[in-house]
Design a protein around this ligand. Structure first.
Ligand SMILES: C[C@H]1O[C@@H](n2cnc3c(O)ncnc32)[C@H](O)[C@@H]1O
Ligand SMILES: [Zn+2]
Length: 431
């Protein structure tokens, strides 16, 4: 694959879009024409004959560098998993680990058709660097955890301010900053209020875990006399710039609150099923209340991959199963959650293939078993295919993968495997 510089013109020839063969022409970052006539010369021509075009996918809740923790701790409930396995290992993380882990995650996301991700973790300058190098879009937040301690809160404030300054300095339209208060059980009301005010002043997103378990809701009512969503709202954290992950245990009033505030809820069905939280995000209540709904994988230690095609299928099935209704989350709505819904949640223009839209385009293999027969490409994308059917990915007009080839893949895999082994080695040595 020829490395394509940003700004060149690209023609995707004879590709299937919405059931018809057509040509998609891109100038720089933008789709400039779609139609039967391919038009004049372009710098690059991609043969789309064997492809079905879909908008690039947006993963709205992940901790990308946790790719290094894939398979490290499985089959445990959330608090035990975090407290006994994940946090002790994360205490040994370095900036270099986060860089390698994020590169591995970007590789996996690109391979499976994701062009943008919403990330909350540590050493996020490195996440931004890796995302930028790999050509992806990312919203990055420092995982703010003050454990109700004033001194820790000051540290978290400094770390958040530093990251936001850094991202601003990158001056890159693909990389955005957000604040990342981890959850109501790890961040004090003072910390939450600071995050809300800082996000408002800087007009940046808020990324938080909300109502993931029943215990979180029970504890919150006992300690604060209100439910988690109301507590967050009281602290100013439910806004049109907020992405609340999980949202499994929201009740109807919580959904109304998120809808009234114009907030987004990110559904993470694989992680929820694996960590056994016993409930599925009420997508229908949220949608009816006017909240934005989108989709995310969560980190690789609780999923254990970043394949948004798998996530779409799990989402559509889990809604039908848990809420006992076959008509919930049909294929087209699920795809829209993973594309336009995700882009909107992260404040990016994207998630649609239209003239004037950013050229975030994924090609699926038309000849793959999962696309045969092709009665309904959207049904196949959601219910039949997984990310293995993705052949080509463009983000903002730049080709990130062509015919399944991503430049530098071997080195990324090798260096990430070394970083993961060294991280676990350091943690074991000390224990
Ligand atoms: C940023 C921190 O968040 C931790 N984390 C990863 N997955 C989850 C989850 O499902 N619920 C709560 N916290 C989670 C991650 O390990 C970092 O410590
Ligand atoms: Zn998470």
């Amino acid at each position: 694959m020829k490395e394509i510089a940003q700004g060149e013109s690209v023609l995707i020839r004879d590709v299937t879009l919405d059931g018809r063969q057509t040509n998609i022409r891109i100038e720089g970052k933008t789709i400039v024409s779609i139609g039967p006539e391919p038009g004049g010369e372009t710098d690059v021509v991609i043969d789309g004959k064997g492809g079905i075009a879909l908008p690039g996918l947006y993963n709205t809740h992940t901790h990308s560098a946790m790719s290094l923790l894939r398979g490290y701790a499985d089959d445990m409930p959330l608090q035990q998993w975090l407290g006994e396995k994940i946090w002790p290992l994360e205490a040994h993380l370095t900036a270099a680990d986060v860089y390698q882990g994020t590169r591995l995650a970007c590789l996996e996301m690109i391979r499976t058709g994701t062009v943008g991700f919403n990330d909350m973790y540590f050493f996020m300058e490195e996440t931004a660097r890796a995302a930028d190098e790999m050509g992806m879009k990312a919203q990055v937040a420092y995982g703010f955890i003050d454990l109700f301690d004033e001194e820790k809160r000051e540290n978290e404030i400094r770390a958040t301010e530093k990251l936001v300054r850094h991202i601003r300095g990158m001056n890159n339209d693909r990389i955005r900053a957000a604040v990342g208060p981890h959850a109501i059980y790890t961040v004090s009301p003072e910390g939450l209020r600071w995050c809300a005010e800082f996000s408002r002043q800087n007009d940046i997103g808020i990324h938080i875990h909300l109502a993931e378990t029943e215990q979180e809701v029970k504890d919150c009512i006992e300690q604060n006399g209100m439910r988690p969503a109301a507590l967050l709202d009281d602290c100013g954290c439910i806004t049109p710039r907020t992405v609340a992950a999980h949202c499994c245990w929201l009740d109807a009033d919580d959904c109304t609150l998120l809808g009234d505030r114009g907030a987004f809820a990110s559904h993470n069905p694989s992680s929820n099923m694996k960590l056994g939280v016993h409930r599925a995000m009420p997508c229908e209540w949220l949608r009816n209340a006017g909240a934005g709904i989108c989709l995310g994988t969560d980190g690789c230690a609780s999923n254990n991959n970043l394949d948004m095609f798998e996530e779409m299928k799990f989402a559509a099935l889990l809604q039908k199963f848990y809420w006992n209704s076959q008509t919930l989350l049909p294929a087209a709505e699920t795809l829209s959650m993973a594309t336009a819904g995700g882009a909107a949640a992260m404040g990016f223009d994207g998630g649609r293939i239209e003239v004037g839209a950013p050229a975030d385009i994924v090609l699926l293999d038309r000849a793959a078993v999962c696309n045969t027969p092709l009665h309904n490409p959207v049904s196949n994308a959601v219910y039949s295919c997984n990310g293995g059917a993705v052949t080509t990915v463009l983000c903002n007009g730049r080709v990130l993968m062509q015919d399944r080839f991503i430049p530098g893949e071997e080195e990324i895999l090798r260096e990430a495997a070394d970083a993961a082994a060294s991280l676990v080695g350091r943690a074991t040595e000390q224990s």
